[in-house]
Write a protein that binds this ligand. Structure first.
Ligand code: PEP
Ligand code: MG
Length: 912
């Protein structure tokens, strides 16, 4: 039996239904479904996505059996519509539209009014009693056919669209502003001019044979699957190129026969904010593309349609309700009103903002349309979109205006969600001073890259923009943790510290000029773009708004209640200060999964530098003794904030020269002298020591547990600070559960070396204080060897936490700090599907993680395993962590709700 390539719909029956999206595309499947539930849909047929696959696999040709199947379906449509394709007395016209499995709005092509020629146009005029609209349709058809099928485009950048140019001339000559004011005679002239244009430009006649027209349109629609726009869109939204599109050939109905006709696009509820009520755009006496093309300003359905066309409005309102009930989801519809009768041309689940997604999902449950479980479905609320409820965002209209005004500057890696508008500041210390003086003026810190030195400036800034670095670079992870908007790897910006300027997009911006950055998308704009504050933050963190005063918060809170009911994964946070910990707890964090102790030294940089330049164990111990009280106080603060929740504290990790290098000595002229006097040596000795610390490849250098192994006194000081703080806080009546974590171990011996120091120190502190408490010692799994030998390591380690930033870096041999310059090219050219530092490379790094879990639990079945790399807040990665059986994920405070939602979504999807 030959393959069925063509599916008919019409007359209350359809070959397909809504479940067949992969074969019929979203549009085709829903047209069939609407017919089946009794809605008014003009008859038509769908050519399946398999035709598209065949088309590309066979040098852009169609399967041999397709022709007959199309002819058969066409006859059925003729019968259903009571008209004949190409008839000189009673002509039927078609539209041909694309429709992929997932909607790709506006990315592919459409041809309307197929079947018109010099004969059928006359018949159409007679039949509809409207000569003007018949010729207007013909004019549109020749234009669309020329543009879409025959690909008549401007010859160069300076030339306008040839058809639009001709149309404009005609309007000018006629002395009218709008196409709708052109007379029949002028439309006839235009048709002739358009045909001539086709002949001279394409070298062939406009086809008058309706069958040739329909095949031309079908070919163009399938051809548009591979146009540049469509490919870029698919890359952005992760739609596979292999899917292919379907093509829908459907009988035309007319919205342009007079004032009792209209065409429009509607939503069954508002999708920007989620407010209930049928809304959208419509135009009286027009055809579909007029609404979307923006040639005429449409009217608002919710404002005037009930007055303009009360009966049609009621019909549409009823259809909207029926569709929402049937699909259990907000619908985005296209319709035409022909002589007062409503026809449905499309329905699909509506795209919405994160705000709207939450409101709609919660409202649908409260209205009894869906269950809590359904509300949590990934397609209803992509977990990432939840961040829109937490971060200030750009007012969408203000952003669109900025783009229109030519203020778009560049795009980088969107590393920290949120919107920020502020004055440019290139130096961290200046940012700090400026902020102290003018706390009401927001700052955007623009740097080539950032280092621990810049932290104060980062704190003072609303947003951080760097020319280099990736999603897990220092700038990105610190700013995420602080909840700042952040864009990194924005290679188009040229930061010139000597002139205090930033060159980008042919412009030179000075420090103090305004700049705006959208951390959700990575876009940077010149000047100010208006932002909006988040109510959820006001209620939970700032406590400036009462829960009952915020509808947004109430819905958020209801949703998160369901989330916690269904998720299995625990969610912790990466936090280094009590402030961050408090914020994370407000967002639902159940513990700290990573406290990076080196970040705690940001406020005591000179003290740690003192320790670094020491050349002997004795002097180093003295320097460490100065750090101990700071560390102890910091840990005690964290334990208090977490109030009995587990706190994982990682021992010192970074290459020491991040804290002290030639650059630091140069930038702070008195630093060398200060360190020399503290250590009782000379500036020369300090410089020599700094020289020794320099590493060509610091990420693979003397960092992680290698530091604590070579300088055991550092580990001993940190362990002492942890246990003394724990004892102190326990004495205050607060329960404490410390988990001490060893970084970057690859060998069991490395781990054991550090474990011994930690346990010996714990025993000493317990003995001294007379207080004992439970604690765990475990390790990060962040080098491939640790995953491979997880069985050995787990024989000693009580818990694992995947450090996927380093595990990705070491598995892929891609430096996490400077992959910016090529990652964009890789993504553009489909070399890799995602940024591996944002979303776990499941097939590579993920396999190592699975191995780590399996082998680790083979020697310690109840091994607690988490993840604390930046991936712990990425929804796809969180879902993967659920699937491979981790106990928890840990992420920056503001990603905690996102991770909670993603965990619930995967638990529900996996049915466990
Ligand atoms: C990691 O490598 O994933 C990790 C959490 O450690 P850091 O980012 O501090 O190297
Ligand atoms: Mg690491």
């Amino acid at each position: 039996m030959s393959t069925k390539y063509v599916y008919f719909f019409g007359d209350g029956q359809a070959d397909g239904d809504a479940t067949m999206k992969s074969l019929l595309g979203g549009k085709g499947a829903n047209l069939a479904e609407m017919v089946k539930i009794g809605l008014p849909v003009p008859a038509g047929f769908t050519l399946t996505t398999e035709v598209c696959t065949y088309y590309y696999a066979n040098n852009r040709t169609f399967p041999p059996e397709l022709k007959q199947q199309v002819l058969d379906a066409l006859k059925k449509v003729e019968k259903s519509m009571g008209a004949e394709f190409g008839s000189a007395t009673n002509p039927l016209l078609f539209s041909c539209r694309s429709g992929a499995r997932e909607s790709m709005p506006g990315m592919m092509d459409t041809v309307l009014n197929i079947g018109l020629n010099d004969t059928t146009v006359v018949a159409l005029a007679k039949q509809t009693g409207n000569e003007r609209s018949a010729w207007d349709s013909y004019r549109r058809f020749v234009q669309m056919y020329g543009d879409v099928v025959l690909e008549l485009k401007p010859k160069d950048k300076t030339e306008g669209d040839p058809f639009e140019v001709a149309l404009e001339h005609k309007r000018e000559k006629a002395g009218v502003k709008e196409d709708s004011q052109l007379s029949v005679a002028q439309l006839k002239e235009l048709v002739a001019e358009f045909k001539q244009l086709i002949k001279t430009r394409a070298g062939k006649d406009f086809p008058t044979d309706p069958m040739e027209q329909v095949w031309g349109a079908i070919g163009a629609v399938f051809g548009s699957w591979m146009n540049d726009r469509a490919m870029v869109y698919r890359r952005t939204y992760g739609i596979p190129h292999e899917w292919g599109t379907a093509a829908n050939v459907q009988a035309m109905v007319f919205g342009n026969l007079g004032d009792d006709c209209a065409t429009g696009v509607g939503l069954t509820r508002d999708c920007a904010l989620g407010t209930p009520g049928f809304c959208g755009d419509y135009l009286i006496n027009a055809q579909g593309e007029d609404v979307v093309a923006g040639i005429r300003t449409p009217k608002r359905i919710e404002e005037t349609l009930s007055k303009d066309m009360p009966e049609s409005y009621n019909q549409l309102n009823d259809i909207g309700k029926k569709l929402e009930k049937h699909y259990k989801e907000v619908q985005d519809i296209e319709f035409t009103i022909q002589r007062g009768k409503v026809y449905m041309l499309q329905t699909r689940n509506a795209k919405r903002t994160g705000f709207a997604a939450v409101r709609i999902a919660v409202d649908l449950v409260n209205e009894g349309l869906i269950t809590e479980r359904e509300a949590l479905q990934k397609r209803r609320i992509p977990a990432d979109d939840l961040s829109q409820l937490l971060q200030p965002i750009f007012d969408p209209a203000a952003k669109a205006a900025a783009t229109k005004e030519g203020r778009f500057l560049a795009k980088g890696i969107n590393a920290g969600p949120g919107a920020a508008s502020g004055v440019i500041c290139l130096f961290a210390d200046e940012a700090e001073k400026f902020h102290e003086k003018n706390p009401t003026i927001d700052i955007v810190l623009v740097r080539k890259e950032t280092s621990p030195e810049d932290l104060r400036g980062m704190k003072a800034a609303k947003g951080i923009l760097t020319a280099t670095g990736g999603a897990s670079s220092h700038a990105a992870l610190v700013s995420r943790q602080m909840g700042k908007a952040c864009i990194v790897g924005c290679s188009a910006i040229d930061v010139d510290y000597s002139t205090n300027t930033v060159k980008v997009a042919g412009k030179t911006l000075k420090a103090g000029d305004f700049i705006s950055m959208d951390g959700f998308t990575g876009e940077v704009f010149e000047g100010k773009v208006q932002t909006k504050a988040s109510e959820v933050i006001q209620v939970l963190v700032q406590k400036t708004l009462k829960a009952e005063e915020s509808e947004t918060f109430r819905r958020y809170s209801q949703l998160m209640g369901w989330v916690d009911k269904y998720r299995k994964l625990r969610v912790r946070t990466n936090a280094d200060t009590p402030g961050q910990a408090d914020e994370a707890v407000a967002f639902g964090a159940e513990g700290i999964g990573l406290c990076r102790t080196e970040h705690m030294f940001f406020d005591h940089l000179d003290e740690i530098r003192h320790m670094i330049v020491c050349e002997t164990k004795e002097t180093r111990e003295k320097a460490l003794a100065k750090l101990l009280p700071f560390q102890r106080a910091d840990f005690a603060g964290l334990f208090r904030s977490m109030n009995g929740r587990p706190v994982t504290i990682r021992l010192l990790d970074p290459p020491l020269h991040e804290f002290l290098s030639d650059r630091h000595l140069e930038e702070q002229p008195d630093l060398g002298q200060k360190l020399a006097s503290w250590t009782g040596s000379t500036i020369e000795a300090v410089k020599r020591r700094v020289g020794e610390l320099h590493e060509a490849n610091p990420m693979l250098g003397h960092r992680g547990c290698r530091l604590g192994i070579v300088y055991p006194e550092i580990t001993a000081m940190q362990a002492r600070a942890i246990f003394e703080a724990a004892v102190l806080v326990k004495k205050e009546g607060i329960s404490v559960v410390p988990e001490v974590m060893v970084p970057l171990a690859g060998f069991l011996t490395e781990y054991k070396n550090q474990e011994k120091i930690i346990r010996d120190t714990a025993d000493a502190v317990f003995k001294e204080s007379g207080v004992k408490l439970e604690y765990l010692v475990g390790t990060m799994i962040e080098v491939p060897r640790a995953a491979v030998r997880a069985d050995q390591i787990a024989s000693a380690a009580e818990f694992f936490s995947f450090g996927t930033n380093d595990l990705t870096q070491t598995t892929l041999a891609i430096s996490r700090d400077d992959y910016g310059p090529f990652i964009g090219f890789y993504r553009e050219n489909d070399i890799i599907p995602n940024d591996p530092f944002q979303t776990i490379d499941q097939e590579g790094v993920g396999e190592l993680m699975k191995m780590g879990v399996d082998r680790g639990r083979s020697s310690r079945p109840d091994l607690k395993i988490g993840i604390c790399g930046e991936h712990g807040g990425d929804p796809a990665s969180v879902m993967f962590c659920h699937d491979i059986g981790l106990n928890y994920v840990s992420c920056s405070p503001r990603r905690v709700p996102i991770a909670r939602l993603a965990a619930a979504q995967e638990a529900l999807a996996a049915g466990k």
